[in-house]
Structure formats: C-alpha cells, structure tokens
Design a protein around this ligand. Sequence first.
Ligand SMILES: [Zn+2]
Length: 236
Amino acid sequence: MAVIPVIKQLARDFADLAFPNMCLGCGTPLNDSEHFVCIGCLALLAPTGMHLTEPNEVTDLFMNKTIIEHGCSYFKYIKNGLLQRLIHDLKYRNQPDVGILLGRTAAYGLKRSGIFNDVDCIVPVPLHPRKLKKRGYNQSEKIAVGMSQVLDIPIDTNVLIKTTYNETQTKKHRYERFLNSQNLFKAQILPEHCNKHFLIVDDVLTTGSTLESCINEMKKIPDAKVSVFTLARAIE
Ligand SMILES: [Zn+2]
C-alpha cells in the first residue's frame, strides 16, 4: 500500500474512533435517522441499471456456463469511490450494519423493478465456519438481511454451506482462484428445497467463479431455479 492511502486510512480510522457519528463518505455529522452515510452520499451511489435491463453484463457472464433466471450487480463500482470504501468497511473493519444499509438501499430499487419478485428464498454466499469465526459475521448475510427487510423474502443460511476453507483470494491469480472455487460449496437437498427459486447474494462480483460454483451446487436441488445478486461488479 502506498504511503498516502495508508495515511488516509489512518485518518479515517482515527475519525471513526473520535467521531463515530460522522458520515463515512463526506465526514459531516449524521442526524438521528442516518447511519454510517448521510442521505447526500447515499444518493451518490449510482445504480448500474442492470435490474431494469436483461440481458445485462451479469446474465451475459453466466450465459454459456450455466442457466440463471435473473442476475444483476446493483451499484456502479468506482475505484476508490464511496461504495468500495463501504464494502471494505463491511468486510474488513467490523462494520456489519453497513451491509444491511447497502442491502436495504439496493432492495428499494429491486422492489420497484420487480426483477426478483418471484424469488422464494435469499441465500447469502456462505463463509466457511472458520472464516465466520474469524470475521464474526458473514458480510453477504448482512446484505441479505437488508434485502429481506425490504423485499419481504426469507433468508436461508442452511441450504448452502461452505465445505472447504480457502485462504483470502485477493492475492491469488485468476486461474488459481478458478481452481480454488471448484467444489467449495455443498447444497443441502431436502424435500422443502425442491421446486424453489433461490436468490444467491454476494458482495462483489469479479470473475464470477465463486457464484458459478454456488449456482451449480444449488442446481443439484430438483427443479430449483437460481438468480444472482451482488452489490457491485468489479472488473480486474
Ligand atoms: Zn456524507
């Protein structure tokens, strides 16, 4: 990490400790109805519009690999932008409620578009129990909680489990990541899971290999339909 970003990060860490009620985006004080981000900054998070248009970049990504009902990455992802910082806070700085906020914000747009209206159940991409213990929460589940509150669709955290512990993927080469994401998940095939439409939720879509692995596993459930949602799509 370069020196300037380190200093910036330290300044943010200090600001969070000293002024916990400041907007994570612009640093202005939050009012009682605002959490983490002020209304003005929240409004700056621009949707990609994928929830209004299919086929889109996400459905295209999976088109020749598997079959999904619907897919979208909701927010535009700008390098070093507010969304990237919020997702970093969610994943690495013990801010689980940021996930709920982002999930809720996206879900209002999803609800209006109707894209996931016939989904029966939201399935967050699971973490291995060891990773879950280390982080204290599953960031995808927090996003799912926010979505569930707005869309009024239940969450199922038991239908898909992570079977293999893999180290953090951020430094791995793309092909290594691909190999690494094969057969990492296992679907629990129970009679009540058959013939359901599942919405798999993750934070950021990069190569799609993790989601593809989840989709393929979920499709082992008889007559299951699968859709995918991520907060953002990051290009490597
Ligand atoms: Zn702000």
